[in-house]
Design a protein around this ligand. Structure first.
Ligand code: HEC
Ligand code: HEC
Length: 379
């Protein structure tokens, strides 16, 4: 008998084995790829600051289940539920839906979003980053959490009004690296302008609420929640021109200002939810980019002066009318000393235990440290 049938069987077995091998290594590779993608999605959700806006301002709020109240000069908005709940969240959203929302400001039915959702900044994100964010959001447990309707003036009642706004002000071009700059600068520009959307607060806006990018990060007298947002260009007096790169790195990691005070109001949420979670390389890239922003001749007149530092109780100075904002309240000497002492203890603990500084903050029962509640949850 010819051996051919055996050969055929053998070759079929070989082929099957090869197919099996390639399928199984393929699945292993794609499982690895998708694990990578998930991890990147989780990282980008932090870098994009999604959590602070899409989580209600209640101690028991479920992260990303929406319902945060956002006050703006154009009305009160409530952030939607981003979990994959089919009724009250984003159940069934495809990559294309996420891409349309984040990069073009459009809902699945084609209607435009209000730009309080910072899609004008996210428009510059890469396809890869949007897909990673989408994959990670889809992996969350669905949460049934209906959110209240926005409270808007009559002229903004219909979303379609925003079509005109988009036509006038929305630039949906993706980020392109500047070949004249190095990798750090380009990464920093991507993080600051797009993913981190720093300009949504720090860049002044025109009367119709569009960012004036010719004054990028030069301070904004009408920030979200009616806050006055400081100039963070390299102006030596009006901005952060006196900060060293180390000052910036420490600030982005833990919110500490060069004088040992801590930043407050909405910037502490940016540190908590965003910059403290970045890799050291990404924080350095942000610092490199910020240090490249030349001072502007006439700093935005409404931005708070920076001749003295504010502390948390002085937030009133940054809120309210322009008149109030000129009032600077400095930390009383005694409190300053208590704070310095507390800071020293913190440094010692950090050095002694060799743990991440973010996890070493004294507990809120420590009276000298009462301002500091950051990062406790993540420890
Ligand atoms: C400054 C606050 C803010 C930040 C930061 C923010 N969002 Fe939103 N987002 C909103 C608001 C408000 C809306 C609702 C807009 C509207 O109704 O037109 C929204 C809408 C959305 C929608 C559409 C949901 C729906 O039900 O149609 C998606 C998706 C979304 N955001 C994802 C994200 C992701 C991902 C990030 C981070 C990369 C993010 N958002 C960051 C405030 C924010
Ligand atoms: C939600 C609005 C908001 C966003 C987004 C935001 N900031 Fe801020 N930022 C503030 C406010 C408000 C302050 C002032 C805080 C205070 O009163 O201490 C501030 C302060 C700062 C300061 C200190 C300035 C000084 O002179 O004290 C720096 C530096 C800074 N922000 C950098 C950034 C960077 C980088 C990003 C993007 C990753 C960013 N901010 C995003 C609101 C914002």
């Amino acid at each position: 008998m010819s051996r051919r049938p055996w050969l055929r069987v053998e070759s079929r077995l070989c082929a099957a084995l090869l197919v099996w091998l390639s399928v199984s290594t393929g699945t292993a590779a794609s499982a690895e790829q998708s694990a990578d993608r998930m991890e990147r999605g989780r990282y980008l959700i932090h870098a994009g600051g999604c959590i602070s806006c899409h989580t209600a301002d209640r101690p028991d709020a479920i992260p990303l289940a929406g319902g945060r109240r956002l006050e703006t000069p154009f009305g009160v908005f409530y952030s939607p539920n981003l979990t994959p709940d089919p009724k009250t969240g984003l159940g069934g959203w495809t990559d294309a839906d996420f891409n349309a929302a984040l990069r073009h400001g459009r809902a699945p039915d084609g209607s435009p979003y209000y730009p309080v959702f910072p899609y004008p900044a996210y428009a510059g994100m890469s396809d890869r980053d949007v897909a990673a964010i989408a994959a990670w959001l889809r992996s969350l447990p669905p949460v049934d959490n209906p959110v209240p309707a926005h409270e808007l003036p009559w002229y903004l009642g219909s979303r379609w009004v925003m079509l005109g706004w988009n036509l006038l002000f929305f630039d949906s071009r993706p980020f392109t690296a500047d070949p004249a700059r190095d990798t750090d600068w380009n990464r920093g520009a991507y993080l600051v302008r797009h993913l981190g959307h720093c300009g949504e607060c720090h860049t002044p806006r025109n009367l119709l609420g569009a960012r004036d990018d010719s004054r990028e990060l030069a301070g904004n007298p009408d920030g979200p929640d009616n806050e006055k947002i400081p100039n963070i260009r390299q102006d030596r007096d009006g901005g952060i021109g006196r900060w060293s790169i180390e000052d910036l790195l420490l600030f982005l990691e833990m919110g500490m200002l060069p004088d040992g005070d801590f930043t407050g109001s909405s910037m502490s949420a940016v540190i908590d939810d965003n910059t403290s979670h970045l890799t050291a390389d990404d924080r350095r890239a942000i610092a490199v980019y910020l240090q490249s922003l030349a001072p502007l001749d006439s700093p935005y007149s409404g931005a708070p002066a920076r001749t003295a530092h504010f502390h948390h109780e002085s937030r009133a100075g940054r809120h309210g009318s322009g008149q109030q904002s000129a009032v600077k309240v400095c930390r009383p000497q005694q409190e300053q000393e208590k704070w310095q002492e507390c800071l020293q203890r913190t440094w010692f603990r950090w050095i002694a235990i060799g743990c991440s500084p973010a996890c070493m903050w004294p507990s809120s029962t420590d009276p000298g440290c009462k301002h500091r509640s950051m990062h406790m949850a993540s420890c």
